[in-house]
Design a binder for this molecule. Sequence first.
Ligand SMILES: [Fe+2]
Length: 329
Amino acid sequence: MRIIRNALWIILLATISFAQGTKRIAIGPYLQNMSSESVTICWSTLSGESRITGPDGKSFQVPAFQQHQIRLARLQPKTTYQYDVLGDGSAEGKGSFTTFPRKIEPFRFAVLGDTRSRHKIHQKIVNMIIKQKPMFVVNTGDLVGNGDVIQEWQTFFQINHELMRNTPYFSVLGNHEKDSKNYYNFFDLPGNEHYYEHYYFFSVGDALFIVLDSEGPEHQTPEYLKGSDREAFWEKIDLGYLEKEKAWVENVLTLNDKAGFIFVFFHKPLFSVKRSRVAETKKRRKFWGDIFERHHVQVILNGHDHHYHHAFSGGTHYVTTAGGGAGPV
Ligand SMILES: [Fe+2]
C-alpha cells in the first residue's frame, strides 16, 4: 500500500514539475516594426537566474533573457495573419496581426506615455486601449522606471501582454529608459544612418510618423563638476547628437513633403504648464526653431509631464499625453 502511495506521489510531483517546465515563453510574443508588407514578432525565453548578495546577507535574483525575433516580409497589405511562434499549437505562442493598409483610408492609433509606475493604472489604460482596437500604439517614453532594471521590463511586458501580442507597439526613448541596452534588446524599431533604433520614421497610407529622441546617450556625471559647471556640462554634452538628429529630421521632412499628415513624437515637450519646466521648454523651442512649423507638421505628441495638455501654435498642435501611470510629481 505504502509503495503504491509513494508511487502516486512521485507521479504527481513529476506531473507538477513537467507542467511548470512546459511554459516556454517568459516574455511576449509581441509585435514590432509593422508596415504594409512586413512585421517583426519578438519573444523572450528565460536563459538563467543569477543570485546577488549584499554585505548584509540579503540576496535577490536577477533573470537573464534570451531574445528571439522573426522578421516577416512580402506580406499582403491590410491582411490579418495568425501566428504561433512555438509552432506547437499551445496558446502561449499564438497571436495575430493585421498589416498596415497601403491605400489612403481612415484609421485609429493610440498614444500614451510615462507608464513607468502605478502599474494598476497602466493596466487599466492598456485594457481600455485593447477595447478601442487601434491599428498601432505609440508610447511617448518613460516606459519603465529604470531601463537598466530588467525586472521592470518584465512588469511592463506582463501588463501589455494581451495588447502587444496582437497590436504593433512603437516606442519613444524617455529619460527613464537611461539609454539602456535592455531597451534596444527588447524592441525592434526602424533606424537611421547614425543611430539604429534611437530615432526613426514609418508611414501608414499618406500619414508620416516621425519618432525622435530628446534624450541622447546616457552619460555619467563627472563627480568633480559642481554648480554652474555641472549645468554647462549637461547643456553641451548632447549637442552634437541633437544637431545630427535635427539635420536628419530636416532631410526626412523635406523628402516627405507629399505626406498628407505628419505626426512627430518625442519625450520632453516643447510647451509645459509645469512651472519648474517652463525655462527648459524655452531652450528646447530655441533649439528646434521653426523646423516643424515650416514643414507643416500637424501634431507633435510628447510625454514627461504626467498629464494631458494641448497647445496650438503656428499651425501645429502640441499634445502632451503622459498619464500612463506615473504619479503626479
Ligand atoms: Fe520623463
